[in-house]
Design a binder for this molecule. Structure first.
Ligand code: NAP
Length: 282
């Protein structure tokens, strides 16, 4: 219904993985883009490719979203360059695989700072601009891990539960303002190398439930502009969400631990200086 009205999307974490696919999906709909990622990670190349392929205007901002100065700087750039953002996609997120006892303070805080604090700050900073638009949309990227607490990813899956709850409340609060809020809860996505390796090790279970970034992006953007509250790509994954209240926690945690191969050993732990996105359960 509101599908064709969106004009300009601000997408965080757009240099690779799901964020890049979301950028392409929006550009394919003729939307201008403001793309954000860390410095020197190929964001300018992504912008060049998309601008040429889809003839849209693209602004890139290379900045760390865990820095409190970043959201105001992004908003200022949008204003001075004349980007009337009507769609905010909070996609940037990191995670790592380790039991809590073996994890470092640095890993845990980096995960909370980006997945929770950074997302809230971005939303708060951009909300007034969205409120000035006739119609606006917010898509927050959570994970199926919001429904299924993940052994060996205690902090990551908790941050995604936060994103789910925050999005649901925001949707209710903004209902009358013309801003639609959706939350995306994907199972594993074949994005960065560590996630692709984890998915490949799962055999048929990975093949049935995990997806490619462009599939998830297509479902996400279509669901967002249809005004869906919760977007879970894949019929099997939607069935898992429906079943989640019925399955005893101990049972599914041991299934998840076996499937992602993380419960008994912290060997999958990534270096504390490089927390990366971890995939989701089930
Ligand atoms: N992959 C999965 O299986 C899966 C499953 C469920 C949910 N998700 C969620 O989907 C989202 C995208 O995941 P992904 O797998 O596509 O991740 P990814 O391939 O690791 O990409 C993450 C993106 O976030 C950016 N980023 C990381 N830290 C940042 C920071 N401090 N400031 C600014 N940008 C930063 C990265 O930029 P650089 O390139 O500059 O590092 C990159 O563009 C995340 O929220 C993740 O939790 C992923």
């Amino acid at each position: 219904m509101q599908e064709n009205r969106a004009r300009c999307a601000l997408i965080t974490g757009a240099s690779q993985g799901l964020g890049r696919a979301l950028a392409e999906e929006c550009a394919g709909r003729g939307m201008d883009l403001v793309l954000v990622a860390l410095p020197q990670t190929g964001l300018a190349d992504v912008a060049r490719i998309l601008a040429r392929a889809y003839a849209v205007r693209i602004e890139t901002i290379e900045a760390d979203l865990t820095d409190p100065k970043t959201p105001p700087a992004i908003e200022a750039r949008m204003r001075t360059k004349g980007y009337a953002v009507d769609t905010l996609i909070n996609n940037a997120g990191v995670g790592f695989t380790s039991r809590f006892a073996q994890s470092s303070e640095e890993q845990n805080e980096a995960t909370v700072q980006l997945n929770v604090v950074g997302l809230v700050r971005m939303t708060q900073q951009i909300l007034p601009s969205l409120q000035r638009q006739r119609h606006a949309w917010i898509l927050n990227v959570a994970s199926l891990g919001a429904y299924f607490p993940m052994p060996s990813m205690p902090v990551y899956s908790s941050t995604k539960s936060f994103v789910l709850t925050f999005s649901q409340v925001l949707r209710a609060e903004l209902r009358s303002s013309g801003i639609r809020v959706s939350v995306l809860c994907p199972n594993g996505i074949r994005t960065n190398r560590s996630t692709r390796e984890l998915i490949a090790r799962q055999g048929w279970a990975g093949r049935v439930t995990c997806k490619y970034p462009d599939e998830v992006a297509r479902a996400a953007v279509a669901g967002l502009f249809r005004g869906k509250a919760l977007i879970v790509p894949g019929a099997v994954n939607r069935a898992l969400v429906r079943a989640s209240p019925l399955v005893p926690r101990g049972l599914y945690m041991s299934v998840i631990a076996r499937r992602w191969g993380t419960a008994e050993s912290p060997s999958g732990a990534l270096p504390p200086t490089a927390p990366r996105t971890a995939a989701s359960p089930a």
